[in-house]
Design a protein around this ligand. Structure first.
Ligand code: PGA
Length: 260
């Protein structure tokens, strides 16, 4: 990837780790990572909502260069939406990155492209960076629809954004069949789809935005495959689920450049 796109490696904890475990995991991660690592890579953790305040306090107190992220948010700033959390509430807790449209939200909780777009706009309005997830199912891949599906999701998810907003955000390409299965996309396949995402972004928001946007690959990223995925020219980072729960594994992914 070009030197001006700083890689972003994000740990999506999903519904794992209570706040005690979250504190231990981040303390251990901070112990494993060195100042050089943060210079080369942006590192974020995305715990469940209940852990955010504890991690904000830890990150502030110990001045850790780890970015605090969330996994989801509602698009309205407040209101009668039982069980939901707004982007503004997250921003107040020091959250700077929020995942929108993760395939589990799309498949299990009815997230649609239209709702993802509303969330993306709310995240930006609250001064945070969206990580917009896209990716095809196994059925769609086998039907040869990968590029078309991903293109539709990118166009719909980023609809109505200004080029400078697009330039600052993150798109995560996560093939659904690779999530939590231990089966990652090959580096060549990840590169091909990420390059396609960049081309679609270019068409939507112009060349400068396409050059600046960071594109993560996600789906069974592990310490053993991170380096070859990250070596691809259009892969600017990783969205890591299972392997981010363990501080040692996640640190080794962040340190992918040193893996021989
Ligand atoms: P995984 O999850 O690394 O466990 O495959 C990735 C994700 O869902 O973001």
């Amino acid at each position: 990837m070009p030197a001006d796109r700083k890689p972003l490696i994000s740990g999506n904890w999903k519904m794992h780790h209570n706040h005690y475990e979250a504190i231990q995991t981040v303390q251990k991660l901070a112990f494993r990572l060195h100042p050089d690592d943060y210079e080369d890579v942006d590192v974020s953790v995305h715990p469940p909502f209940t852990n955010l305040r504890s991690l904000q306090t830890l990150i502030d107190a110990d001045k850790l260069p780890i970015l605090l992220g969330a996994q989801h948010c509602h698009w309205e700033p407040k209101g009668a939406f039982t069980g939901e959390v707004s982007a503004e509430m997250l921003a107040k807790l020091g959250v700077t990155l929020v995942i929108a449209g993760h395939s589990e939200r799309r498949q299990l909780f009815g997230d649609t492209d239209e709702l993802v777009n509303k969330r993306v706009k709310a995240i930006l309005a609250a001064g945070m960076t969206p990580i917009v997830c896209v990716g095809e199912t196994l059925e769609q891949r086998e039907a040869g629809e990968t590029e078309a599906v991903v293109e539709d999701q990118v166009r719909a998810g980023l609809q109505g954004l200004k080029p400078d907003q697009v330039a600052g955000l993150v798109v995560a390409y996560e093939p659904v069949w690779a999530i939590g299965t231990g089966r990652n996309a090959t580096p060549e396949d990840a590169q091909a789809v990420c390059a396609h995402v960049r081309a679609v972004v270019g068409d939507l928001a112009g060349r400068d935005a396409a050059e600046a946007v960071r594109i993560q690959y996600g789906g069974s990223v592990k310490p053993t495959n991170a380096a070859e995925l990250m070596a691809q020219p259009d892969v600017d980072g990783a969205l890591v689920g299972g392997a981010s729960l363990d501080a040692d594994d996640f640190a080794r992914i962040v340190q992918y450049r040193h893996v021989t």
